[in-house]
Structure formats: C-alpha cells, structure tokens
Design a protein around this ligand. Structure first.
Ligand SMILES: NC(=O)c1ccc[n+]([C@@H]2O[C@H](COP(=O)([O-])OP(=O)(O)OC[C@H]3O[C@@H](n4cnc5c(N)ncnc54)[C@H](OP(=O)(O)O)[C@@H]3O)[C@@H](O)[C@H]2O)c1
Length: 241
C-alpha cells in the first residue's frame, strides 16, 4: 500500500547498532509494528544479550570497520526491506580541541560512523527490496557546534551530505538520516550531569529524550514511502536556537 502503510507487518528490518541505545529502541519499536527483526553490532555477546531481551529477534555480528565483515554479513542475511544504522564509537580521541588533535585519531573518528555506514549502504543496496529504505545517524552537534569537539560536527556533516548524494544515486531506494539531540541511552547517562545539562540548556525543550522518542523517527522514515534525502532532527528544537 504505497505511502499509506502504517505497519511494518511482513517487513524484514535490520538494525546495525541494534545491540544497545537508540538502535535497540528502533528494533523494539519496529517489532511492535510487526516487523521481523535482525539486530547486529560488532560484539557477539552484546548482540546475543540484546536479541534475548527483544525476544524473537535474530542477531548477527558485523564490524563496520571491516568491509569484508560487512559484505559477509549482508551476503548471509539474504533479502530484507529496511536498514537503520545507529552504530557509533563516540569518537575516541578524535573528540578533542583542534590544537590538541592527533590527526590520525581524527581520521579514525570517521571509520565507523561515516566509512562504516557507507560500507553498509554499499553492500545492503545489493540485497534490499527496491521499495526499501536506509536510515543513517548524524547528531545535533552537526548543527550546533560546541567548543573542543569540531570533529563531531564534521563527522555528522559528512554523514548528512552523504545521505543527500546517496538518495539521488540509489533512487528509488530511499535514504535518510535521523539527527538526534541528547538521547538518554546508557552511554549518555554515564556522562557527568553538568555535561548533559550543557547540551540541552537553552533548547525549546531543554531535556534529554528517551531512546523511544528517537526510535519513532527511524520507524517513520521506514514507513513513509515518499520521503528521501532528508535529515530528521529529534533534538528538542535544537535547529531553531
Ligand atoms: N545518544 C545520543 O545522545 C546521541 C546524540 C547524537 C548522535 N548519537 C549517535 O547515535 C549513535 C547511537 O548512539 P547510542 O547512544 O545509541 O550509542 P550506543 O548505545 O553506544 O550504541 C552504539 C552501537 O554501535 C555498535 N558499534 C560500535 N562500533 C561498531 C562497529 N565497528 N561495527 C558495528 N557496530 C558497532 C555498538 O555495539 P558493539 O559494541 O557490540 O559493536 C552499539 O550497539 C552513535 O553513533 C552516536 O554518536 C547519539
């Protein structure tokens, strides 16, 4: 039912990064909408634990840093309908002030979130349903740079520009990105409270969001068959201020 399908019943949805955080919430919501789920990340134990918590999801291991791992993962996977990529490694030492930046670490900062996402899209595009979709992940710092982490802005910007190019190149496949603000995943909840508050201070909605609030954006982008090349912010109005 073109454009008006409001359920994922009968669809096969793959979430790379689905072992935790935003990806796990995407998987849980897609499953609620009737999808058959495959979750994947680089650590087999994390995947198995998450698949167990979801109940009924299949788990797979893939390392987005390694194209052979990515191509093998998609070859084994077979046909599917939608892909969400929420995998990320939080920048490591790439997230430093410019004057302290190690350039090798800066390059490395693009490995999972940019080059890894591109590898996934490349290999997924050979097997995904022609009316399927892929959704990548950028982040609020792309549009609201802060002191001391210019690379976070650059990586998110690269992902968003890639999405626009891919949406044209791979049409009629649909390619979009979600741009999350502060999402209160286990990783984020470990950050110092004052850092969390600083991210959201001054936003129209000055709070962190639940992973479930972020997940609805990914599921929306699977369901709406006329949206492509878009960046969907879930950031409490961060683009406005
Ligand atoms: N939470 C936020 O506030 C926020 C805001 C803006 C942007 N983001 C971005 O959104 C993404 C998800 O955030 P999150 O809070 O959900 O983080 P998270 O809980 O740390 O999830 C990241 C996932 O990526 C997987 N992963 C890491 N390296 C991988 C690799 N080489 N290959 C495959 N999978 C890999 C991890 O599992 P394994 O360790 O098992 O591989 C994990 O399941 C990140 O890229 C983050 O930068 C988050």
């Amino acid at each position: 039912m073109n454009g008006t399908a409001m359920s994922l019943a009968g669809k096969r949805v793959v979430v790379i990064g689905g072992a935790s955080g935003i990806g796990f919430a995407v998987a849980a919501l897609a499953r609620e909408q009737g999808a058959e789920l495959v979750i994947a990340s680089s650590n087999a134990a994390n995947v198995a634990a998450a698949a167990g918590r979801l109940g009924g999801a299949t788990g797979g291991t893939v390392d987005l840093r390694d194209e052979a791992s990515v191509s093998g993962f998609f070859r084994n996977l077979g046909a599917f309908d939608h892909l969400s990529i929420t995998a990320g490694d939080w920048g490591g030492t790439a997230f430093r002030a410019t004057r302290d930046l190690d350039l090798a670490a800066a390059r490395e900062g693009f490995e999972v979130r940019f080059w890894g996402a591109l590898a996934a899209v490349k290999h997924a595009s050979r097997q995904i349903a022609p009316d399927g979709s892929m959704t990548l992940t950028s982040g609020m710092l792309t549009h609201r740079p802060t002191k001391a982490i210019p690379l976070a802005t650059a990586i998110g910007g690269a992902v968003e520009s890639l999405v626009r190019g891919l949406a044209v190149d791979l049409a009629p496949l649909r390619i979009n990105a979600v741009c999350p603000g502060l999402i209160l995943t286990d990783h984020v909840k470990q950050m110092p409270q004052d850092r969390q508050r600083a991210y959201v201070a001054g936003l129209p909605l000055p709070r962190g969001a639940s992973p479930a609030e972020a997940a609805t954006a990914y599921v929306y982008l699977m369901l709406n068959s006329y949206v492509t090349g878009q960046i969907l912010p879930v950031d409490g109005g961060g683009w406005l201020v």
